[in-house]
Write a protein that binds this ligand. Structure first.
Ligand code: HEC
Length: 138
């Protein structure tokens, strides 16, 4: 991981990028850029009405059903979040939420791969879930 040397670590402090020493951290990226729309909690039907996007566990399950091979699932997510489209979408909830906005401008390819890998490998811990500040709160 030569790309994440001291200079880029310093740079990321300045630019507020989500990289930490050694590269970006998937859970951190997820919390900052995905959780608002993709809750990590179990939701009741009433809470579901308030969500901006489908709960992340449901999303990941759907992706894994379609792409059982780990690398394919990671590739799909990393690609989708930067360039979502109706053709690619697997979620049956498109009608309810509309298409996910592209994160191409806010997420580098590296960060996209990193968060995708974390999701597919189920690296969201109980701690991460506790810090979930996404809308449904009652
Ligand atoms: C502004 C809200 C919003 C944000 C932020 C957001 N998403 Fe989404 N996402 C959605 C919505 C709405 C859908 C369901 C519609 C769709 O599939 O495009 C979705 C769908 C998805 C899907 C499933 C695509 C499919 O096959 O249909 C994945 C995977 C996903 N999001 C991952 C992420 C990740 C990872 C991030 C953070 C980098 C993120 N999303 C950030 C709203 C969001």
């Amino acid at each position: 991981m030569k790309r994440f040397g001291v200079m880029s670590a310093l740079l990321s402090l300045v630019t507020g990028s989500l990289s930490i020493a050694g590269g970006p951290d998937g859970a951190t990226i997820f919390r900052a850029k995905c959780q608002l729309c993709h809750t990590t909690r179990q939701v009741t039907p009433a809470q579901r009405e308030k969500l901006l996007g489908p709960p992340i566990d449901e999303v990941v399950l759907k992706v894994k059903e379609k792409y059982p091979i780990r690398e394919d699932a990671i590739r799909f997510i990393a690609d989708y979040i930067r360039t979502p489209s109706i053709d690619k979408a697997l979620c049956p909830s498109l009608d309810r939420y509309g298409l996910m906005p592209s994160m191409e401008k806010t997420l580098t390819e590296e960060e996209a791969k990193c968060v995708a890998k974390m999701l597919v490998e189920k690296k969201l811990s109980g701690e991460d879930r506790k810090k979930d500040l996404s809308p449904p709160r009652q």
